[in-house]
Design a binder for this molecule. Structure first.
Ligand code: HEC
Length: 189
């Protein structure tokens, strides 16, 4: 091969290389290498570490019984201003937007004479013991879904304890305070 032929061959190889590089670059422009923001196939992984497969237990409001021993009914009476738009707290008090609340602790739910309860509350069952009052007053609509008591709830456990201490006194005879065993059983549950 003469020198010119060799140069042609060399130039051809060089050109082929350049074309190849340009081609790669061009392909890169056409189909850019971008990282995917998320996997193309999203695999749903439940966020529980629950191996037994049981449904997560709905945790109710904080235990109340231990707080009742030191609860302050006078502070509860002040809190009751949040309720008096709808409730009367007095012996022989009248029903207003809500039922009269005299002697409500430990009496049947939805049992005040002459008050027209929601079906949800009327059918709920049980008595207003300390724990159910705690649940209801924390978030009425969460505790009895469908209740017509339009009240957001008392968020602080201490407020609920004080409120319940006041409710307990608004009765002909105050209900017994929880025993040490009941307190221990509640905090263990
Ligand atoms: C906006 C009005 C309103 C406010 C405020 C309100 N309630 Fe009620 N409450 C009601 C109504 C209405 C009912 C009946 C609910 C039903 O039938 O579902 C009720 C029911 C109750 C019951 C159940 C009584 C029973 O006979 O079963 C209790 C206990 C109670 N309220 C306590 C309170 C307390 C304590 C407060 C204040 C912290 C309060 N409520 C604030 C309207 C109200």
């Amino acid at each position: 091969m003469d020198e010119l032929g060799f140069n042609k061959l060399f130039a051809g190889v060089l050109l082929a290389g350049l074309l190849l590089m340009a081609g790669v670059k061009f392909a890169d422009i056409l189909v850019p290498h971008t990282e995917l923001a998320q996997n193309a196939y999203v695999i749903e992984v439940p966020e529980t570490t629950d191996v037994a497969g049981t449904a997560p237990v709905e945790t109710g409001p904080e235990p109340i019984l231990a707080l009742l021993a030191d609860a302050d009914p006078v502070a509860g009476e002040k809190l009751a201003k949040k309720c008096t738009a709808c409730h009367v707290f007095a012996a022989d008090g009248a029903n207003k937007v809500g039922p009269a609340l005299w002697g409500v602790v430990n009496t049947a739910k939805g049992a005040v004479d002459g008050f027209s309860y929601s079906a949800a509350l009327a059918g709920f069952g049980g008595v207003w013991d300390y724990q159910s009052l705690n649940g209801f007053l924390a978030k009425p609509k969460a505790y009895i879904s469908g209740t017509k008591m339009n009240f957001a709830g008392l968020k602080k456990p201490k407020d609920r304890a004080n409120m319940i201490a006041y409710l307990r006194q608004q009765a002909d005879a105050a209900a017994a305070l929880p025993t040490a065993e009941e307190i221990a059983a509640e905090s263990a549950s």
